[in-house]
Design a protein around this ligand. Structure first.
Ligand code: IMP
Length: 427
């Protein structure tokens, strides 16, 4: 099998890690294609719960090579810490298993400081970023002044490049934001040490992918965040700064569209969002609180409570279209048990005009002018966590899933009915 892309169909946190973990069994390479340590997924290894932000979710499968692709932005200290943590548990994290694309960009501490400064300066219109330096590092990349991981091959000259960029950032911090500069010498020393440490992991990422594909191996492309956080197609400006959509896998890893066999969207059975920005189906009542509590909806990276709301079918249809989804994995269906009735958004309305299309393309300011049109569906009270086959699910649960399938026009191939790996219904 060639390339399989796993992409978030909502605002991130859909449970992509679990789907990737599931598919990694048949994969040779698991490759992250966008974002940085703003993302987070929880893995349980040897009884320890680890929160990984950069190392791809396939790391627990010993036969898999994990690639951090060109489209990713890398906090070097975070990567080293994750390798240490995994290594301490006896997981092989040697340079033959974990590869870092030379074209990936490097996040410096001053990128993080600038992220915080820009957020503070936005005041009421703050994006609610994870403050990991994501916006500033992608801005430097687009402005062609960024640092690439491959430059760590020569740690000393890398140190000089770091010094120059940190000085430029410091001028901005001081002159534009009135903040203290960060210590250049300290950052350079740390960066040079990290370059020495991480240099063996550097690889030609696109060549690695090309070779695997040419050999008929499966490359599993792991997206971070979700479709509505995409820089081009999300709810701009309340988005992240990378291409989260399926197309991002092609640019972020460097291969062509002919290689793609499956594009799997991952969606929760409801909707969540972290950070600011429009969220049409948000629930600010007890039902929202209940979903947050039962679903454990707190950010992996920042610990922030996630905003929770009803499932939005126009969003899922939009995700099918933007990503060319071949199928959908629906996660956390068990969280809806006991809620009566269930509501799903089926359309948007404005000035007497209804549309089944998600009106997000015109940006956040436009989106808030639309009203949501809901449909009510019966809930269920049965515990569905022990269900493994479609037939095991109560009728109302099946009707809920079938309604989604009917609306999006692609099959729902996997349903998560509980937090454990095996708590899954496959179809
Ligand atoms: P940034 O990516 O840190 O710049 O944050 C931009 C927006 O994306 C904010 O609303 C964040 O909350 C959101 N975001 C970034 N990464 C994730 C994620 O992994 N899950 C959910 N939201 C995220």
């Amino acid at each position: 099998m060639p390339a399989i892309i796993v992409v978030g169909a909502q605002w991130g946190d859909e449970g992509k890690g679990r789907v990737v973990d599931d598919l990694a069994r048949q994969a040779h390479i698991v490759a992250r294609y966008n974002g940085g340590d703003n993302a987070g997924h929880t893995v349980v290894a040897q009884g320890h719960t680890l929160r990984l932000h950069l190392v791809p979710s396939g790391i627990l499968h010993p036969h898999v090579t994990c690639l951090i692709g060109a489209g990713v932005v890398v906090n070097l200290a975070q990567l080293a810490a994750e390798l240490d943590e995994l290594g301490a548990l006896g997981i092989d994290v040697g340079p033959e298993r974990v590869r870092l694309a030379a074209a990936a960009h490097v996040i410096l501490p001053t990128h993080r400081a600038l992220d915080g400064a820009r957020e503070a300066a936005r005041g009421k219109t703050a994006i609610g970023t994870t403050r990991r330096g994501i916006g500033p590092v992608y801005a430097d990349k687009a402005a062609r002044v960024g640092l690439r991981a491959g430059q760590m091959a020569d740690p000393e000259s890398f140190g000089e490049l770091v010094a120059a960029l940190v000085q430029a950032h410091n001028r901005l911090l001081q002159e534009h934001y009135g903040l203290d500069p960060l210590p250049v010498g300290e950052i350079v020393a740390e960066s040079v040490a990290l370059a020495r440490r991480l240099r063996p992991y550097l690889a030609d990422g696109s060549e690695l992918v090309a070779r695997a594909l040419a050999a008929g191996q499966t490359v599993l492309c792991e997206g971070a965040q979700g479709t509505l956080l995409d820089l081009d197609h999300g709810t701009y400006p309340y988005v992240t700064s990378s291409s989260t959509v399926a197309g991002g896998a092609l640019t972020g890893l460097g291969f062509g569209p002919r290689e793609v066999a499956r594009v799997i969207g991952v969606a929760k059975a409801y909707t969540t969002r972290v950070g600011a920005g429009p969220f049409p189906t948000e629930l600010t009542d007890e039902t929202g609180d209940r979903i947050r509590q039962v679903g454990g909806e707190y950010g992996t990276t920042t610990g922030r409570p996630r905003r929770c709301g009803w499932l939005d079918l126009p969003i899922l249809r939009y995700a099918v279209q933007i990503n060319g989804l071949t199928e959908l994995a629906l996660t956390k269906l068990d969280v809806l048990t006991g809620i009566h009735p269930l509501k799903v958004a089926v359309a948007y309305e404005r000035g007497g005009k209804q549309t089944e299309r998600f009106p997000g393309e015109w940006g956040a300011e436009e989106l808030i002018r639309w009203q949501v049109v809901y449909e009510e569906l019966p809930g269920w009270d049965e515990d569905i966590r022990s269900a493994r086959r479609w037939e095991d699910l109560p009728e109302a649960t099946r009707a809920y899933v079938a309604r989604i399938e009917q609306a999006i026009g692609v099959p729902i191939s996997l349903i998560g009915v509980g937090p454990e790996r095996e708590e899954t219904v496959r179809r």
